[in-house]
Write a protein that binds this ligand. Sequence first.
Ligand SMILES: [Zn+2]
Length: 434
Amino acid sequence: MDDLSIKNGSVWTGTRHERADVAVKDGTIVAVGLEPRPAAAVYDAAGRFVNPGFIDPHVHFDLDLGRLRSADDFRSGSIAAAFGGVTTFVDFLAPTDDEHDLERAYHARLEEAEDAVVDYRFHATIKNPKGDPEAYVRKMLSLGMTTLKLFTTYSDSGRRTSDDQIERLLDLSERYGFTILAHIEDDSMITMKDSYGPKDLPRSRPAAGETAEALKLAGFVEKHGGTLYMVHLSSGATLDALRDRYPHLLNRKFFIESCPHYFAFTADALSRPDGFLYTMSPALRTAAERDRLAEGFSDVYAIGTDHCPFSRAEKEHDRLRDIPMGIGGVEHAYAVLSARFGDAVIPKMTEHPALINGLADRKGRIAVGCDADLAIVRPVRERIVSDHSRGCTVWTGTDVTARIEATILRGAFAVRDGRFLGTKGNYVGRKPMI
Ligand SMILES: [Zn+2]
């Protein structure tokens, strides 16, 4: 007998919703169809959409910024994720530049993440190693990590990877088959003055800096090969420029991630009295930029939230340089984006991030043999009224058309009818790649 049957729902097939039941045993999907099967428990999903559990490939729980830490630890952040139908997230290791520090960072992060309530894995994060980065890459692969984050900016905190090292890493990506994640902003175009307030953020970090850096990195991919994933793309102009110059590489060799806030808000929010709440890096853009990004939504490969909230007191400063960058979003990405883009958002939050992050054998699809990770969605017109993150939120009051009614992690209810039911997340590792 099966452990659980999700009956009468409209089940996501990968391209559309179809009427089917989903049978679960030992945490795994064992059947999808209309043939009756006995089950110990039944969940009636009539009138509901049954989606694969969402994968958020970009969160910062328990992020150490020296004088501050992001507001959510792994437990509170992953509970918020579960309320948003997210059953797997990918967080980051602390930035390192040699293989020994990388291994230490990996074990330290595993310990920090132990309290997560949904499944997770990590991106390695590289600074700017002095010599050949091959030993670093080989260590990463031996630890079962397949994604490596780098920054083209933040030279002031020593996190910027130089162009020649990025080119070397792309050679290594081509050779070993891992994926490079890049924060794309031209470091030389970023300015910061004491006089800058929240409304100056787009001037401090201009869209043109993102476009220039994205084109440069796409050019590196054309020259060296490798696989590149551009995180948190903020500007429609950047997307248009990439599509115009590199249509043969777009979403084949380099991939685009964007975030819910770049579709929901514009830089106008930064001029409000509470504009400090809308500060993140890269910055919010003009309405015209935002609309161009939305028009290009089909070319956005994956949605990550870049979830990195702080408390209101930590954000509330007049001077831009005193405000920690980042907002929350892990709980509301699906509701916010599906209201705007419908089902087109589903692959970008399931199958695509699964493929990028080496999770596709078990996560991101409703298919026999996959983990029984499901987000059961009730179509409803309502306004977001609650947020389970510990940070302050900008999302309450947003109109949405979907509510997560239940989140199922490997066959167990993480969230049901507005209550968290106490699941335990697992680290989803890979066998060493070398
Ligand atoms: Zn981030």
